[in-house]
Design a protein around this ligand. Structure first.
Ligand code: MRU
Length: 391
């Protein structure tokens, strides 16, 4: 069964609460824009494409409650209707998290839908609402399709650049954070490539990092890999160098594949904290470093990584951890049980620095895989990302 973290039908939006994974699978209702803002800000939903889609659909849910005049039934909504209501809500949602560009990209496109619907002869608040709802719903559909294309293009590229040793002909890869069905509308970007390699029987093993402090790797990627029964081994973030040093050849580790929150015009890439360290290791150990991202993650309006705003999150995400208690049985095995608890793991609970993302310089990136193809550097050693928007 395909893992589905965003459930949507017109008027109803539910998301799998990622704060409770992997211990509990609980869907929460997103009934309005404030619910969506809170879910994004608290990271009940996270991952650049998923954030944008949940935000866009939350406005659609809100609009689907409007009557034929474009107004809310008495007592159900704000004193605004039609375009004003939509633009106000989109701008509010933009403030939920700053680094991923997909939300800003979705807002721009949806604003354009509203402006275009407004100038159609005979436009009403209701017709504008409907145009918005259809465009937001299309984003959900397109994202899954885009991810499947990223998976296929990325797997093709990796296989062309890998040492497929007969008779097994399999490679191992390293990935970071969570870039799968939980971070997108479905299938995933970097994890989509890994899914594609596995489906084509070329994947020996994926090593996935814990991804401190929020543990998107151990909690979320681990959950997805188990769900899909993909051969996988968890490492802490600090083990990647040792893995490449000690097991690169025996495991045939071909590449490190990551997603992105914002790829700017020169190819510099903001992604989950720890990505830059992995890219540096890939460079030293001569393995390919691959960024997988839909074009909605590419921000041609920003020149270089130095201009990206990096979100800083509370120190308590570093100094505490959430989990369920484990019991050690007589045979030494562990059993998980009891309610989720938050525990202290640092001497000082307040004094940590917690940037959620870092920036990897384009010099360390071998290619950027998008839904329209793989972008490599030109003869000048630079990425020319504007070209994929002409496709
Ligand atoms: O803080 P998060 O969990 O939202 O960060 C997510 C990442 O950094 C992902 O790698 C990125 O959004 C790509 S998801 C397809």
């Amino acid at each position: 069964m395909v893992l589905q973290a965003i459930k949507y039908s017109r008027g109803k939006l539910e998301i799998l609460d990622q704060l409770r994974l992997p211990h509990e699978e609980v869907f929460i209702d997103i009934q309005n824009v404030q619910d969506a803002w809170d879910a994004i800000h608290s990271m009940q939903v996270r991952g650049a494409p998923a954030i944008a889609i949940v935000a866009a659909l939350s406005v659609a849910v809100c609009l689907s409650k409007c009557n034929k005049n474009g107004a809310f039934p008495m007592g159900l909504g704000p004193d605004m209707t039609g375009p004003g209501l939509i633009l106000h809500n989109l701008n509010f949602l933009l403030t939920s998290r700053p680094t991923a560009v997909n939300l800003g990209d979705a807002v721009k496109k949806l604003e354009q839908v509203v402006y275009s619907a407004q100038i159609i002869a005979g436009a009403t608040d209701y017709s504008i609402n409907m145009a918005y709802i259809q465009a937001a719903e299309q984003m959900l559909v397109d994202d899954v399709q885009d991810n499947e294309n990223i998976g296929r293009f990325g797997a093709d590229w990796i296989l062309r650049h890998s040492n497929l040793i007969p008779p097994v002909g399999k490679i191992s890869v390293i990935t970071h954070c969570n870039t799968g069905s939980l971070a997108t509308a479905g299938y995933g970007t970097a994890l989509g490539i890994i899914r594609s390699l596995h489906a084509r029987k070329y994947l020996k093993r994926v090593y996935y990092t814990e991804t401190r402090p929020y543990n998107q790797g151990s909690r979320l990627t681990g959950y997805e890999l188990l769900h899909d029964q993909i051969p996988a081994t968890l490492i802490t973030d600090s083990m990647a160098g040792a893995l490449l040093g000690l097991k690169r050849e025996s495991e045939n580790i071909s590449c490190i594949i990551v997603g992105a929150d914002r790829v700017v015009a020169n190819g510099d890439t903001a992604n989950k904290i720890g990505t830059y360290a992995l890219a540096s290791l890939a460079h030293i150990h001569n393995v390919k470093f691959i960024v997988a991202a839909p074009r909605t993650t590419i921000d041609l309006g920003t020149a270089s990584g130095a201009d990206i705003t990096i979100e800083e999150r509370p120190p308590t995400e570093v100094t505490t951890m959430k989990g369920r208690p484990v019991k050690r049985l007589q045979d030494g095995s562990l059993r998980v049980g009891g309610d989720v608890q938050e525990i202290a793991i640092a001497a000082d609970l307040t004094g940590a620095w917690n940037p959620a993302f870092d920036v990897t310089c384009h010099a360390l990136i071998d290619c950027i895989v998008t839904e329209v193809g793989v972008v490599e550097k030109g003869e000048d050693g630079e990425f020319h990302l504007d070209e994929i928007f002409r496709a």
